[in-house]
Design a protein around this ligand. Structure first.
Ligand SMILES: [Zn+2]
Length: 392
């Protein structure tokens, strides 16, 4: 397994040239008028303009492939290392990088066998999970873990303790015994007071022992992120999804391991509510349906190919929208941002003439390379169909 301890960003200046299509990740201007990029170490230093080999220590020829920000999985469930007990699978994060994912946000380390549910245990697990993944980045992936699952009986003092220990967000409300509206509302208020981001499971129980969270529970609690509004995997009713898209104040998330029809209902609802900027994509992997290294790409293909969303906008849902709503520096191609980048193209033999058309036809793009903090972490993807053009 190609996993490694963190070793810092790239050094020196890197020129990326010959990019045919530059997706920004920013809904305000999702395609950039640029065919080159200059990186300084692990940071984007210049986008487009007159750049030559003399400006850099090394040059990457994109070979005419497209470039987009590294995908951010807004919802996953890591445990420790690059292993998941949910399916007893090794290397799932590394394969996710092959599917274009450069950042994964934990929605709770819930699959740990024997996971503790008492105060000390929950706090200790969150701290250990967060720190382990700060020190361990499978294929360079940034795993933002340490998402404690809240139980009844935890009080505001406990939330303050978590914040003081450096915990930044909690696991899905509803995975523990805090699930019903009034309990959840108390928890979101405490978290808000102490600067912790809140996310809330939406829909039927994911596995025996977890809870059903209804529209009304979500509206009462008003979490920062309405996790899998399309179910994880069992969805709430379509009119309840539409209601949340109008009245939930938090970001709205659709996941691969959810109900696909409901994801399309949510897409239409946010479009008519003019809230596309609030829609985020995640996978909810590992889950009962397994781990899908191309899960994020499949969501792009679903929303574009079936949902009719322009592909350049769909990419924003997996990058810049998440960065903005969840306070991350990565996810946008712009000066000063981390150089987390995906080289992609139409897959060989696609009916689409470029990657945008291919996605619009529901094809999964081919990935030619993935870069994290300015370092190439994988070449031609082992997850996707072959990209027609790859960087050299
Ligand atoms: Zn969930």
């Amino acid at each position: 397994m190609a996993a490694e301890v963190k070793d810092g960003p790239a050094t020196g200046r890197t020129l990326i040239r010959n990019v045919s299509l530059m997706f920004s990740g920013d809904l305000a201007a999702p395609v950039l008028e640029a065919d080159c990029l200059l990186l300084d170490g692990g940071t984007i230093a210049q986008v487009g303009g007159a750049l030559g080999a003399d400006d850099a220590d090394r040059t990457i020829d994109a070979g005419g492939s497209a470039l987009c920000p590294g995908l951010i999985d807004s919802h996953c469930h890591p445990v420790f290392g690059d292993w998941t007990p949910r399916q007893n699978q090794l290397g799932w994060i590394e394969m996710g990088v092959n599917g274009g994912v450069t950042t994964l946000i934990s929605a709770g380390e819930v699959h740990l066998p024997g996971r503790p549910k008492d105060r000390e245990g929950v706090k200790a697990l969150a701290i250990v999970a967060q720190k382990c993944f700060q020190n361990f980045r499978p294929s360079g992936a940034k795993v933002l873990a340490g998402a404690p699952v809240m139980e009844l009986g935890f009080d505001e003092a406990f939330v303050a303790e978590l914040a003081a220990a450096g915990i930044r967000h909690i696991g899905e409300i509803g995975l523990g015994t805090v699930a019903k509206g009034p309990d959840a509302a108390r928890m979101t208020a405490w978290c808000r007071a102490h600067g912790l981001e809140t996310i809330m499971h939406t829909g039927g129980p994911s596995i025996a022992g977890s809870h059903f969270v209804s529209r009304d529970d979500v509206l009462m609690a008003q979490p920062d992120v309405v996790s899998h509004i399309n179910g994880g995997p069992t969805s709430i009713a379509h009119d309840h999804i539409r209601d949340l898209c109008l009245n939930a104040t938090g970001a709205l998330e659709v996941v691969h391991n959810g109900n696909e029809l409901s994801a399309l209902v949510a897409l239409q609802a946010v479009q008519s509510a003019d809230r596309l900027a609030d829609l985020l994509i995640g996978t909810d992997a590992p889950a009962g349906s397994g781990v899908q290294p191309n899960g994020m790409l499949r969501m792009l293909a679903l929303l574009s190919g079936v949902g009719g969303l322009p592909p350049e906008q769909a990419i924003c849902l997996a990058t810049g929208n998440i960065a903005r709503r969840r306070n991350l520096a990565q996810g946008v191609i712009a000066v000063g941002r981390p150089a987390d980048l995906v080289f992609l193209d139409r897959p060989e033999a696609s009916s689409g003439r470029d990657v945008r058309e291919a996605l619009g036809l529901g094809d999964i793009p081919g990935i030619g390379a993935v870069m994290i903090d300015g370092k190439l972490r994988c070449g031609r993807s082992r997850s996707t169909p072959p990209a027609a053009r790859v960087p050299v």
